[in-house]
Write a protein that binds this ligand. Structure first.
Ligand code: SF4
Length: 370
């Protein structure tokens, strides 16, 4: 089963650390974009020959951004309804909308219910208001709690919160405050991302003045977060993701399992039929009907190993051998014992997976294995 991702490339303002493709909201552009988006959902002319709708079924729809919650309820309803009408979507699909707490989410809820949105991903980043402010986020902790309470009162219980590790001036005590808040919110899923200072963001030029925690401290934060959430019933099912049993993100898991997904909108990426393709970071080009660009063939053994090892479940050696052959299997078997001895991987006769210690330096461990 596949997934459909729709990108909404608008935000109220630009957060100083963000390098996602998003533009300051502009009503004229928004109107033109929504027309182009609905046109693409109906016709797939921009996805062109790279996509064949007949051989695609999906059980997830994900509205991400940017800030999808900046749209009107009717726009969200129209987009999701159009996806359901024009793609082969299974009945109990997971339908997620990313929301920013500074949006008027209460107004959107009736539309969410009407078109079957059953999962909300809320960008909290930190429950410490001063840290949120540094990240360019205006809403406060009380506002976040009110939104969560209202969503639940309206029957939307599957709620994911994003938090960030390595925020300027973050300490273990302030992190604990964020995690205590998450516990108080009783949500089903948490994504914990380490703040990367990207070029072309205001934070890049300011980085020496931001008082950022050093690398070792951020590693401690990661371990602290993982332990805290696991003690509270969450499974650390992917490097940056934690879920209560049964609430793992179905949509994001497709990326790691190399299942098909189609991304629509500027900067959205797709993986279909072992091919990777994407729309350029260019709103105008998308509006004007420019086709998606072929990126590369996907799904080779390196990619398989790299993506599977992001998951706590790791990779099946039998599947690796059956799909990619004996040589690939032997190569990984040669390197595994040493990494197991060092405590970075679990290694049994049929499986390899990263340990918590391995998650912490996953890039290095994965590159050693491939
Ligand atoms: S709201 Fe999200 S997408 Fe928009 S600028 Fe901030 S971090 Fe980036």
């Amino acid at each position: 089963m596949g997934g459909v991702y729709i990108h909404i490339p608008f935000c109220k303002s630009k957060c100083p650390y963000c390098d996602f493709y998003s533009l300051r909201q502009n009503e004229t552009q928004k109107k033109l974009y929504l027309e182009a988006l609905l046109d693409e959902i109906k016709t797939n002319r921009r996805l062109g020959n790279l996509f064949d709708k007949v051989n695609f079924t999906a059980d997830t729809i994900y509205l991400g951004g940017g800030t999808p919650s900046l749209l009107d309820g009717t726009d969200i309803y129209n987009i999701i309804t159009a996806v359901k009408e024009n793609f082969n979507i299974s009945e109990n699909a997971e339908i997620t909308v990313e929301c920013n707490p500074n949006s008027e989410i209460e107004k959107l809820i009736p539309y969410f219910k009407k078109c079957g949105v059953n999962r909300i991903s809320l960008g909290v980043q930190s429950a410490v208001d001063i840290e949120r402010k540094k990240l360019g986020r205006s809403s406060d902790k009380k506002r976040i709690l009110d939104i969560i309470t209202t969503l639940k009162a309206n029957g939307i219980f599957n709620i994911s919160l994003d938090i960030m590790l390595g925020i300027p001036e973050q300490t273990v005590n302030s992190l604990r405050e964020s995690l205590d808040f998450i516990k108080e919110c009783s949500v089903t899923h948490v994504s914990a991302y380490i703040l990367n200072i990207e070029k072309n963001t205001p934070f890049f030029n300011l980085k020496d003045k931001l008082n950022l925690p050093d690398e070792d401290t951020v590693c401690d934060f990661y371990e602290f977060t993982s332990n805290y959430l696991q003690k509270n019933g969450f499974t650390h099912y992917e490097i940056s993701n934690f879920a209560l049993p049964g609430f793992e993100s179905k949509h994001n898991t497709k990326y790691w399992l190399l299942e098909d997904y189609i991304g629509i909108g500027p900067s959205a990426h797709s993986y279909f039929n072992k091919k990777r393709f994407f729309f350029e970071n260019d709103l105008e080009k998308f509006i004007n009907g420019e086709e998606a660009v072929f990126d590369c063939d996907g799904g080779d053994s390196d990619e398989y190993i790299m993506l599977r090892l992001r998951l706590k479940d790791g990779l099946s050696l039998k599947e690796l051998q059956n799909t990619y052959g004996e040589e690939v299997l032997q190569n990984i078997l040669k390197k595994a014992p040493m990494l197991k001895q060092q405590g970075f991987i679990n290694f049994t006769t049929d499986k390899i997976s990263l340990t918590e210690k391995g998650f912490l330096i996953s890039n290095s461990i994965i590159s050693q294995l491939i």
